[in-house]
Ligand binder design. Structure first.
Ligand code: NAG
Ligand code: NAG
Ligand code: NAG
Ligand code: NAG
Length: 264
């Protein structure tokens, strides 16, 4: 066998291993305070969702039938969850801490110290790293954070790297994701994204129109989740609800939701 042929086979194997069916990538964050019965059914062409918690029934209010569609992914969001979380038996994945770098509320070293508990709760399931905020604009800050985390626990098991980013320029977002992925040689899960700021629904759709094909095509992006199905809390970062996939009071798609759900 000549070497060029071997190299080609290896390349094909690598590419195949990294490739994911695009339909598996798309998901959304289910904002837990604002669940309406039927939300998951309205987004019937998305594959997965999560709610920053490990218990999906937590959000399914008592008047709702406890039925949802799509793959639900549990999260061990914070230190308290490491004490008592129970993972639904059918889950294949477990998501790690939510934005520990936000206001530095959990240091990488502290997350590393807690990680063995996360591993124990997760059992043999695929483990997704703590999800860091602002990796779109500060990829190097995120790389430093994960470096410190891995240095503090070289034996810790992390199968995927999760990041958040609200960049409105899709190419720059993708560039940051690629940089982080190649640094740690792990696939990226973009578990929160949207275009931030005082922008319109049309701006969100224009953003998705460029960002979704890039995310689908990028072999280093395994999953992505829009923020969020419904938000009712205005912040200076997101002053209005233009990124909402679903209408405020009913489980029906907004124009943004229609675009996200229908994207092929
Ligand atoms: C999703 O629901 C809409 C409205 O009921 C329907 O027209 C569409 O075919 C469904 N799509 C899928 C993928 O099930
Ligand atoms: C999930 O939440 C529901 C409703 O609050 C509760 O009845 C159930 O025991 C919880 N399950 C776990 C595993 O915590
Ligand atoms: C958002 O923009 C609109 C019009 O462009 C303006 O009326 C509104 O005050 C802005 N809101 C914030 C929070 O900046
Ligand atoms: C959000 O702000 C944009 C830009 O000012 C505006 O066009 C849009 O109507 C606002 N949306 C909502 C839901 O307030």
């Amino acid at each position: 066998m000549n070497l060029a042929f071997v190299a080609q086979v290896v390349l094909v194997l690598l590419v195949c291993e990294q490739r994911v069916d695009s339909s598996y990538k798309r998901g959304f964050g289910m904002y837990y305070n604002y669940y309406e019965c039927g939300d998951t059914y309205a987004l019937n062409n998305t594959y997965w969702w999560y709610n920053w918690h490990y218990n999906f029934t937590k959000d399914v209010t008592y008047h709702c039938p406890r039925r949802t569609r799509g793959e639900y992914l549990p999260m061990i969001a914070n230190e308290a969850d490491t004490l008592d979380a129970e993972i639904p038996p059918e889950s294949k994945y477990v998501l790690g801490f939510n934005e520990p770098n936000e206001a530095d509320h959990m240091s990488p070293e502290w997350c590393a110290e807690l990680w063995p508990r996360v591993e124990k709760i997760a059992g043999g399931r695929i483990l997704v790293s703590p999800a860091l905020a602002a990796c779109d604009i500060y990829p190097d800050m995120c790389i430093d954070w994960y470096e410190r985390f891995f240095k503090a626990c070289p034996g810790c098991r992390v199968d995927k790297i999760a990041v958040h980013g609200y960049h409105c320029v899709p190419y720059e977002l993708l560039q940051s994701l690629g940089k982080i992925s190649s640094h740690f040689n792990r696939p990226i899960w973009l578990t929160e994204f949207a275009c931030h700021g005082n922008v319109s629904s049309q701006d969100q759709i224009n953003f998705m129109n460029i960002a979704l094909p890039l995310l689908e095509q990028a072999s280093f992006v395994e999953r992505y989740a829009w923020f969020s199905q419904r938000n009712k809390q205005a912040t200076t970062f997101m002053p209005n609800f233009s990124s909402n996939l679903l209408n405020l009071k009913s489980p029906t798609l907004t124009s943004v939701g229609l675009f996200y759900n229908d994207y092929k």
